[in-house]
Design a protein around this ligand. Structure first.
Ligand code: ADP
Length: 334
């Protein structure tokens, strides 16, 4: 509704501007033409008065002059009116296109925000509902004792932890969403990868996962903090979805004007039917949700994609279910 009224207002506004210009132009044109015509006919009349035609009275000449001026003024008025009507029709069409062009990105951004709010509240409701149900059951229980209370509090604490993780991910997603201006600085890609690796090393050690890295000294233009976040997400996923004692390869190299980071794991892989959706918000493949019960909210890869997009880079994945996945990030070099 707000958009409809903004849309109408903007069309009227654009049309008003075009019509103001067109009308001013017409008035000026009319005055210039009328005075030019008056001057021209005046000169003619004076010339004829100085050289009178025999049998043609001067008063007739004056009358003809006035009639000619009136006739020409009417013609001009009619033509200008016609011209302004054409301009009005053209202005309506152009304003419509211009308004659509101006409002479309805003409308898309508002749509995205609305979808984000709807998705976020849906996800936040699940742990809250679980906590509420447990507390209600406990309050109805007449034999509720300290041991039960301990269990409930423990379970509530777990739900609160999940909520904290979720709200942090949501905040991050909101922070990177529509981020147009980022602080691009020259940075060493291997340093960024090493920093990200250090953040997830404990998880890898816990699963005895071995890393094999080939890191060429490539420099890129980017926001080091955001890129570290990107690779933490990819490495965290590679570890999360890999079995114990498997191997992860990280390769960093330069190809033409691009730096490429390839992260390859030997994990559960991703089904072809899930592939088109993994970068979408809150998307989790069934295999990661149910069978293996890996923690997550399906936000990591959408944050990763936003970071890559804000660097005007590309990210894509290939995978063979049961064998492993490979995520490739391409960024511009300095
Ligand atoms: P999360 O890991 O929190 O579920 P992500 O957005 O990071 O969310 O990933 C979306 C989905 O993509 C995951 O649920 C999982 O099914 C799949 N996925 C991502 N990375 C990998 C990987 N390295 N191996 C297998 N599946 C993966």
């Amino acid at each position: 509704m707000t958009f409809k009224s903004a849309y109408t207002k903007l069309i009227i506004f654009y049309m008003a501007i075009v019509m103001c210009i067109s009308l001013t132009f017409s008035v000026v044109l009319y005055q210039m033409a009328a005075s030019e015509l008056g001057r021209g006919l005046g000169r003619q009349t004076r010339a004829i008065r100085d050289m009178p035609l025999p049998g043609f009275p001067f008063s007739d000449l004056e009358r003809i002059r006035l009639e000619e001026i009136n006739q020409s003024s009417h013609n001009l008025e009619f033509q200008l009116l016609y011209f302004n009507l054409i301009i009005l029709a053209a202005a309506a069409a152009v304003s419509h296109l211009l308004t659509r062009y101006t409002l479309r990105p805003i409308e898309e951004s508002v749509d995205r925000q609305n979808r984000f709010t709807a998705d976020a509240s849906h996800e936040l409701r699940t742990p809250l509902a679980a906590m509420k149900a447990e507390i209600e059951v406990a309050l109805r229980d007449k034999q509720f004792n300290v041991t039960d209370a301990h269990k409930i509090l423990q379970s509530n604490l777990e739900e609160i932890d999940k909520l904290t993780i979720l709200s942090n991910a949501l905040l991050e997603l909101a922070r990177y969403q529509d981020k147009e201006r980022i602080d691009l600085k020259s940075a060493s890609l291997p340093d960024i990868i090493i920093e990200a690796y250090e953040k997830v090393a404990v998880l890898a050690e816990a699963k005895e996962i071995e890393f094999e890295n080939v890191l060429e000294p490539v420099k890129i233009k980017g926001d080091a903090q955001m890129l570290t976040e990107l690779f933490i997400i990819l490495l965290d996923n590679a570890i999360k979805y890999s079995p114990n004692k498997s191997k992860i390869n990280i390769n960093v190299f330069q190809k033409d004007h691009f730096a490429e980071v390839v992260i390859k794991d030997q994990g559960m892989g991703i089904k072809a039917s899930d592939m088109p959706h993994i970068f979408g918000r809150f998307y989790r493949a069934d295999s990661s949700r149910s069978k293996n019960k890996v923690d997550g909210y399906g936000l990591g890869l959408s944050i990763a994609k936003q970071i890559v997009d804000s660097h005007k880079g590309t990210i894509f994945a290939t995978s063979t279910p049961g064998k492993g996945s490979t995520f490739t990030v391409k960024l511009s070099v300095t």
